[in-house]
Design a protein around this ligand. Structure first.
Ligand SMILES: [Zn+2]
Ligand SMILES: [Zn+2]
Length: 85
């Protein structure tokens, strides 16, 4: 999942995902650089059991159409869909 990877602007190392209190952050293990993880929500991953996922919306909303909601696991990158029966 290369598009999920963030680099530390100082060290150019791939940032680790870390839980802190009630938030999730990208953290550099070398210098401690930290950025909040975007749009994370509680969602149980079917694959790895991780309870945190990135919330994404897909598609254009037209009229009364409901946008497709996707959850991307912060740990293993598995994407699960919701919104269609
Ligand atoms: Zn760093
Ligand atoms: Zn997972």
């Amino acid at each position: 999942m290369p598009n999920a990877m963030l680099e530390c602007p100082k060290c150019h190392l791939v940032l680790n995902i870390k839980e802190e209190g009630d938030g999730v952050y990208y953290v550099c293990s070398n210098c401690g650089y930290k950025v909040p993880f975007p749009n994370w929500v509680h969602h149980d991953c079917r694959k790895c059991g991780c309870d945190k996922a990135e919330l994404m919306f897909y598609g254009i909303v037209r009229g009364d159409e409901v946008p497709l909601t996707m959850y991307k696991c912060v740990r293993c990158g598995t994407v699960e869909r919701e919104g269609f029966a």
